[in-house]
Design a protein around this ligand. Sequence first.
Ligand SMILES: Nc1nc2c(c(=O)[nH]1)N[C@@H](CN(C=O)c1ccc(C(=O)N[C@@H](CCC(=O)O)C(=O)O)cc1)CN2
Length: 299
Amino acid sequence: MTTIIDGKQVAASVIDAVKSAARELEQDAGVKTGLAVVIVGDDPASHAYVSSKSRMAKECGFTSIQHTLPEETTQEELAALVQTLNADDTIHGILVQLPLPKHLNSEPIIQSILPEKDVDGLHVVNAGKLATGDLDGGLISCTPAGAMVLVRGIHGDDLSGLNAVVIGRSNLFGKPMAALLVNANATVTTAHSRTKDLAAVCRNADILVAAVGRPEMVKADWVKPGATVIDVGINRVLAPEKGEGKSRLVGDVAFEECAKVAGAITPVPGGVGPMTIAMLMANTVIAAYRKSGRKAPKF
Ligand SMILES: Nc1nc2c(c(=O)[nH]1)N[C@@H](CN(C=O)c1ccc(C(=O)N[C@@H](CCC(=O)O)C(=O)O)cc1)CN2
């Protein structure tokens, strides 16, 4: 029988562990974990994600600060805010919600966050530590870290002998996900839009991770029987069956048909998505432990 991986449940157990860790740090060292979330502009989806992050940070017992900047914010104004947060000792984690409005360049902003406060794991120092196998020294990008927790829940810590295929090569997801899988001893292929015979490449995967941003692109005949399928896509598509103008969320995997072939599969919603916010909380409390000189917990 196919296992439907419950990301909400796994995320809730990560959050419980984060709450305990934050409470202990406050009781033992008098340090209250602090997260600053920065959002620029009016994108409704980004506002929804940021509200969830701020709310969850409060639930975890953190100091939670949200900076909501107008659409017309300049590069210099945003950079100045990051510098202020870098210098603020009560803030252990800084997150700039992506995407930024088109007139802003996200890369120099992300690279200006102190690596030890970069709870999104996007700074080159953190990306470099992951790429060189230093998983305990830096901060790992939240969505791949969360996807990896789900993979470990099915296969355990050691993926020796397993073939993994990651479809997508973004800095936010594909590259760090591939690095995490290699680190766990999987044999990893990174596939992308220029890959020849993508379906055949995917059929070789014991662990298939889809992060392409194309609704329901991965079909049942791309999936090796019994494989673990991790769907990172979040696509809003029209759903006329729900009524005129209504929409629904789908992943990059055609769930119903792939679930009949896979051994384990994540749904959308309720799979990898909830793990992103849970791992952000985990990274923030890790950053606070490190700042206090204490051994950081593992999640
Ligand atoms: N600075 C960042 N920006 C963005 C990131 C990120 O990790 N850091 N990731 C995405 C958006 N994102 C968090 O910011 C995010 C996306 C989806 C979910 C989630 O829980 N999705 C639910 C469905 C939610 C819905 O109904 O719309 C699910 O899959 O179950 C959480 C966080 C881009 N920007």
